[in-house]
Write a protein that binds this ligand. Structure first.
Ligand SMILES: C[S@@+](CC[C@H](N)C(=O)[O-])C[C@H]1O[C@@H](n2cnc3c(N)ncnc32)[C@H](O)[C@@H]1O
Length: 308
C-alpha cells in the first residue's frame, strides 16, 4: 500500500515555535531522556552487535575479515545508536558499515544535528519502510537490520494526527514493511524489532508526568496513552480479525521553561506480540525469538531470513 510520503515526512524544522505544535523530535527526545540511560544502552548494543557479528561469521554468512553491514531503518533522533556507532568505531574500526534511514524529515534533521555534536561522519536517507524493498541497491545488502523504539507500531502515524482510523490498514502496512525488510536483508542475515510490552498493551490508560533537564532547560512532559477499540472496517484484512482489535492514542503536553505548547496526539497500532510474529513468519522470516537487550524498555524480537 502506498503511503502519502508528503504528509509523512512533513517538515524538518527543529526549533520550537510558541503557539505551534512542538517538533516531534523534541517531544520524543524529552521522553527518551526520561526513560533511558543512553550510555548503558549504547554499551549493550555494542556488545549485542559484536556477538551478532561473531555468530554470522561462525555460520558462514559473513566472511572472516569482511565488515558487517548494518541498517537502522528507524534511526529517529539517533538516541542510543549514534553512541553505539561511536563506541564501535573506536573499539572495532572498519568492521561495521552503517546505513541509516527514517521516514520523517524532522527526526533525520535532529539526528544529523546530534551526529555533528558527536563528531561522527554518517549519511542519512529519508525513506519510508515500504520504499526500502524496491530499491535495487538495498536488496539483499544488510547482515543485520534494526527497527527500535516500538517504531513499527507508528507505521502510518508518526506525524501529528496522521494515519487512518481503520486497523486493517495499519496491519497491512506492517505486512508491507516486513516484506520490505525481508528484501533488504542478505540470506542468513538477521533483524531486530522491538514493540510495546504486552503489559503496556493490556493497559487501558497510562498517564505520566515528568520533568527533565535538557541542556539546562526544564522540560515538563505530560503523557497519556489510551487504548481504543478500532472502528469497524469492511476492508478485507490480512489475517482474519485484523480489522478488529485496538488502536492506541498518545497525547503529550510539553512545557519548555515557562512556555507551554499545544497538546499533540498520535495514533499507533495496538499490536499483540503473537500478531507481529504471525506477520513476520508470513513474509518468510524464521526463528523469531523474544530476546531483550539490556537497557531497552520494549520487548525485543530477533529473527532470521533463511539461507538460500
Ligand atoms: C518511536 S520513534 C523511534 C525512533 C528511534 N528508533 C528511537 O528508538 O529513538 C519511531 C520512528 O519510526 C519512524 N517511522 C515510523 N513509521 C515509519 C515508516 N513507515 N517508514 C519509515 N520510518 C517510520 C518515525 O519517523 C520515527 O523516527
Amino acid at each position: 500500500m502506498a503511503l502519502d510520503k508528503g504528509s509523512f515526512s512533513k517538515t524538518g524544522d527543529l526549533e520550537p515555535m510558541e503557539g505551534s505544535h512542538l517538533p516531534i523530535s523534541l517531544i520524543w527526545g524529552a521522553f527518551l531522556r526520561e526513560e533511558y540511560n543512553e550510555e548503558e544502552l549504547a554499551k549493550s548494543w555494542q556488545r549485542a552487535l559484536l556477538e551478532r557479528k561473531l555468530a554470522l561469521q561462525s555460520e558462514g554468512i559473513l566472511a572472516q575479515g569482511s565488515p558487517i553491514h548494518v541498517a537502522d531503518v528507524a534511526i529517529g533522533t539517533g538516541f542510543g545508536i549514534l553512541r553505539t556507532i561511536d563506541l564501535l568505531q573506536q573499539s572495532h574500526p572498519d568492521e561495521f558499515v552503517w546505513w541509516c534511514s527514517d521516514g520523517s524529515q524532522n527526526m533525520i534533521e535532529a539526528c544529523r544535528k546530534e551526529t555533528q555534536r558527536l563528531n561522527l561522519s554518517l549519511q542519512f536517507w529519508l525513506k519510508t519502510w515500504h520504499e526500502l524493498g524496491d530499491d535495487h541497491e538495498l536488496q539483499n545488502r544488510f547482515h543485520f537490520v534494526l527497527c527500535r523504539g516500538s517504531s513499527i507500531n507508528y507505521v502510518l502515524g508518526w506525524e501529528e494526527g496522521g494515519g487512518p482510523e481503520e486497523r486493517s490498514r495499519w496491519i497491512e502496512a506492517v505486512l508491507t514493511s516486513a516484506q520490505s525488510f525481508f528484501r533488504i536483508i542478505t540470506p542468513g542475515g538477521e533483524m531486530y524489532i522491538d514493540v510495546t510490552t504486552q503489559e503496556q498493551l493490556d493497559t487501558e490508560r497510562d498517564e505520566c508526568n515528568c520533568v527533565v533537564d535538557i541542556e539546562g532547560v526544564r522540560h515538563q512532559l505530560h503523557e497519556v496513552v489510551i487504548r481504543k477499540e478500532a472502528p469497524p472496517d469492511d476492508t478485507p484484512g490480512f489475517t482474519p480479525g485484523s480489522s478488529t482489535g485496538f488502536m492506541r492514542e498518545w497525547t503529550t503536553r510539553v512545557a519548555i521553561g515557562e512556555v507551554s505548547y499545544p497538546p499533540s496526539t498520535r495514533k499507533s497500532l495496538h499490536l499483540p506480540h503473537q500478531e507481529l510474529i504471525t506477520i513476520l513468519e508470513s513474509v518468510g522470516f524464521q526463528q523469531v525469538k523474544r530476546e531483550s537487550v539490556r537497557g531497552e524498555q520494549y520487548t525485543g524480537f530477533f529473527f532470521k531470513k533463511p539461507k538460500k
